[in-house]
Design a protein around this ligand. Sequence first.
Ligand SMILES: Cc1ncc(COP(=O)(O)O)c(C=O)c1O
Length: 426
Amino acid sequence: MKNTARLVLKNSFKPSCRSFSTCQMQQGIWAGVNYAPLDAIKQLTISFNQDTAPNKILLGEGVYRTNEGKPKTLPSVREAEKIIFEKGLDHEYPPVTGVVDFCKATQKFAFGENSDRIATVQSISGTGSLCLAACYIKKFLPADTKVYFPNPTWVNHFNIFRAQGFTDDRIPTYRYFDKKTNGMDVQGALEDIKNAPAKSVILLHACAHNPTGVDPTMDTWKKISDICKEKQHYVLFDSAYQAFASGDANTDAQSFRLFVKEGHQIMLCQSYAKNFGLYGQRIGAFNVVTENAEEKKNVESQLGIIIRTQYSNPPLHGARLVTTVLNTPELKAQWEKDVKELADRIKLMRAKLVEELKKVGSTRDWSHITNQIGMFAFSGLNEQQVTKLKEEYHIYMTKDGRISISGLNTNNVATVAKAMHEVTKN
Ligand SMILES: Cc1ncc(COP(=O)(O)O)c(C=O)c1O
């Protein structure tokens, strides 16, 4: 309100600028717009890029790097690119709800089979899928519905829902991580989900929980499912790492497939950023399991309305790449090898880090690093130790002690372990 008033005032009293140089001298009509720093993870990369130390190491953003510290394009995706190029396809608008073959392929990839009661629309990667989920929940669930996130969670979950108008009292958290054990607070999570008002939305990370790398066991998933059923909660799964966590797509889908088997009509957000290495193509999907084909049609039509007002149609290329890989048996087999290679390197680096910590004399229990799964390790380092790592050793990670394991490689893992030991001994 204050800003708007200031903007109006400036607009009415200042003459408009005629050239760039005069604009620089005067306050412009947008002077009421404050600078907004990016979130902590993006900010960390900026600080890292500004650091001139030659030996600096970035363990921040969740992007895969090879052992040489380079981005990786999967061989299966490279092959798909050639096939698509040779087809000489046009660049017409795809349907509002997405490339039809992609929607079928992504549904099968997630749920193991196609179903005439699952509404599936293409999305702008995982973030866009969560935006659709937030819009859909806002539009079709009562205005006081609360959406529960695990504590901690991927920080953008809060931002996405806030951007759709969810006030902070509508996006509370349930206990998830136990700092004492560096594992899951099973009891706390179950209690909080049980105590949430009936018909709340419970957001669950399908696998490779970000930022902790701690996932429920199948036994715990079943307990969560039972409580959600008892409380008639709506369940929203965020699946940003299917196959990237364990190396196998079916294993990483076990959580939400169990919920479907148990009769939940879940919502599922998918991303192909990490598991296909398609970060910049912004390809994903949003799925809603419904009761029957009629409901599916209705839900899909409503998602189409949301999409039409936001970006009208999704982009083509990422959808074509994923569809080509998933629908071409040889490429699918190649992709299975490709993604396993990524998951295996992450697992190897977890083991190496613990091995090197022992080698340099750390007597702490670091077993949680190998017990956790996926892109991130929640190291247990506190903010002071993280700051020391940055200032004295030029090693960058988020303040909560989250390490992006893919930033480790055989050239830097010993250096990181030594520094971690230095900041944690006493
Ligand atoms: C838990 C979780 N959800 C969703 C996303 C969305 O990623 P993208 O929009 O790049 O697909 C990420 C990415 O880091 C994530 O970790």
